[in-house]
Design a protein around this ligand. Structure first.
Ligand code: CS2
Length: 494
């Protein structure tokens, strides 16, 4: 078999082997600027946008992908070498691989190399929508105060060097300022991160920064920029070398960075696009008036479910999510957590059967071909837990509901943060506040509550006597009997 690299020149050859764009990419305009071109964006928004270009000859919405951090140089270089093309490999439930070359990313910029080019592109009249996947931690939000962390050193740096920004806030502010100065019409900023009210949070955080950086821009943004909330969903594990090898072996395609994902996908969006938008509804996105309840459901069941499996699974010694959920002791615990502690906080969701949703999640987590890494799930837990689990705990505390299972998971996280699993193997913790987590985890050995004192994560949770009590009990039990034995005891109770 001949091997072909992924690039525009080879598209006609690649077409013999996998699906390729059926549209003429030279006619596609970058009306969307996307910041954060990681795997998730390429499995989700870029996929939907590509589907639409294939399906609807009237659409010419394409994406200009921005790699913001120096760390993103490799993905930028890969996209550049491959003319923005890459292979999306969907791992079906029966193990088949569905491969598609995605063509919707038609331009790409590497911000550290040329910050002014990014600022100018944000101000370019052809850009109508700016979408973001900058991770849950990227919003610079303080959990304890609910406010923007103006003291963050990177933010302070951007305030002092407006023309050489490093953070998304510095870039957006300078780009929007130029837009205003050039009398360019407004645009939409759409977050695609897993945050409750992601549009509201983006607006609040951006305006907080702008108030300090360019106060006279605040009212322009308020009247010229819309911030729709959206719920995004598609499990996208990190690509591993075996994925690249399988692509090469099965189709003779050499792709330096394909993306792998599950078949399921969902995108629920508020229809608030001030400067127009692609007809994403034609390819399965749902436009609704109020996305907040859907976001809440997804974050507190799927994402929290992931964290539960990731943390407990790591301590027990598993490496992938399917291994963890296929351990019936852990999955029974997860089901009990969802039923007893999460679903009671969700209220009625029109058109959604929560029990069915729960079942479908267990099936998705159990897909043995996905091999989603527990390390990926547990990375940056300090930004995830407050968004995925703590709102549920607060709501249950308020209503006098059970918090025992959530407390067990957070106690497990305290033990996880010591950095060694129950078999004595080192845990590769990836977290922006890794040092603080470790320090508090050590203190928790003699006084478990010390872990809850991290205010920037837990807010005032340590003031709740009932939470501290069950948390402490769980901590001591796990230390004494191990996760698995405790889960068996808890499962018999619920
Ligand atoms: C995961 C998400 O990072 C995580 O913790 O829960 O990346 C999850 O896979 C996606 O949100 C699925 O839509």
């Amino acid at each position: 078999m001949d091997y072909y690299k992924v690039n525009s020149k080879n598209l006609s050859l690649l077409k013999e082997r996998v699906s390729v764009p059926t549209y003429d990419r030279t006619n596609v305009k970058a009306g969307i600027l996307h910041i954060g071109i990681g795997g998730f964006h390429r499995a989700h928004e870029a996929f939907y946008t590509d589907e639409l270009l294939n399906k609807n000859s009237n659409s010419n919405w394409g994406i200009c992908g921005v790699a913001l951090l120096s760390f993103d140089q490799r993905i930028y270089q890969t996209l550049k070498d491959q003319n923005g093309l890459y292979t999306l490999i969907v791992k079906e439930l029966d193990g088949t691989l569905t491969k598609t070359i995605i063509g919707s990313i038609v331009d790409y910029l590497f911000a550290p190399e040329n910050p002014i080019a990014v600022i100018e592109r944000i101000a370019n009249p052809e850009i109508k929508i700016i979408t973001l996947t900058i991770t849950e931690g990227g919003y610079n939000y303080n959990e304890a105060t609910g406010e923007f962390e103006i003291e963050n050193p990177s933010i302070q740096k951007d305030l002092k060097n407006p023309n050489d920004p490093k953070t998304v806030f510095g870039y957006l502010t300078q780009g929007l300022k130029l837009r205003k100065e050039n009398n360019v019409s407004g645009c939409t900023i759409q977050s695609c991160d897993n945050i409750q009210g992601n549009g509201h949070v983006t607006k609040k955080m951006l305006l907080s920064y702008v108030k300090h950086a360019e106060p006279e821009l605040v009212s322009w943004i308020e009247s010229h920029v819309s911030f729709p909330n959206s719920m995004v969903d598609r499990i996208t594990p990190a690509t591993v070398s075996a994925d690249m090898a399988a692509l090469k072996e099965t189709s003779g395609i050499e792709d330096a960075w394909p993306v792998v994902c599950e078949p399921f996908k969902q995108w629920v969006i508020e229809d608030d696009f001030i400067a127009g938008r692609p007809a994403w509804e034609k390819v399965g996105a749902q436009f609704v008036e109020d996305v907040v309840p859907y976001e809440k459901m997804k974050l507190s069941l799927l994402n929290a479910g992931h964290s539960v499996l990731g943390i407990l699974g790591t301590l027990i010694g598993y490496s992938t999510i399917d291994e963890v959920v296929n351990d019936t002791v852990v999955s029974a615990f997860l089901e009990a957590y969802m039923e007893q502690e999460v679903i009671p906080t969700l209220g009625d969701l029109e058109g959604v059967d929560l029990n069915e949703y729960k079942k479908s999640l267990l099936q998705r987590f159990g897909n043995i071909y996905i091999k989603d890494q527990v390390d990926r799930i547990c990375s940056e837990s300090s930004a995830k837990i407050p968004k995925f689990m703590l709102p549920t705990v607060q709501s249950q505390l308020k209503d006098g509901g059970s918090i025992e299972l959530a407390a067990f998971v957070i106690a497990s996280w305290a033990i996880y943060s010591l950095g060694v699993d129950e078999n004595g193997t080192k845990i590769p913790i990836k977290d922006a506040v890794k040092a603080v987590l470790h320090e508090k985890a050590v203190a928790a050995k003699s006084n478990p509550k010390a872990f809850l004192d991290i205010e920037s994560i837990f807010g005032s949770l340590a003031d709740s006597e009932s939470f501290v009590e069950v948390f402490t009990k769980s901590y001591q039990n796990i230390m004494q009997f191990g996760v698995k034995k405790c889960l068996i005891d808890l499962n018999s109770k619920f």
